[in-house]
Design a protein around this ligand. Structure first.
Ligand code: FES
Length: 94
């Protein structure tokens, strides 16, 4: 995926791929799995992070748990930045 689409200090969710890309600061990216660590629902991006529609867990912008019942942060996915394109391990087409 093109990193130019990700706002600085923001996130771009790609629900069809089950991932979100977060730009923590200029040029620093992280890829997060959108699978809730509670029981596996798909979390949604919000202005301040991510929320789970199933049981209300909330996660911060880096995937850290803000409110349970989830006890573990969203999983980080291995990624590699190359010429402005972020390649995410195991996610074809991103
Ligand atoms: S599956 Fe997300 S809070 Fe339960």
């Amino acid at each position: 995926m093109l990193t130019a689409d990700v706002p600085v200090k923001g996130a771009l969710a790609l629900p069809e791929d089950g991932v979100a890309v977060v730009q923590l600061e200029e040029g620093v990216f992280e890829a997060l799995d959108l699978t809730c660590t509670h029981l596996g629902c798909r979390v949604r991006a919000t202005e301040n992070g991510f929320t789970c529609p199933c049981h209300g867990s909330r996660f911060g912008p880096r995937g850290q748990v803000l409110t349970g019942p989830a006890a573990a942060p969203l999983h980080r996915l291995a990624s590699r930045l190359e010429d402005g394109v972020l390649h995410i391990a195991g996610k074809a087409g991103t």
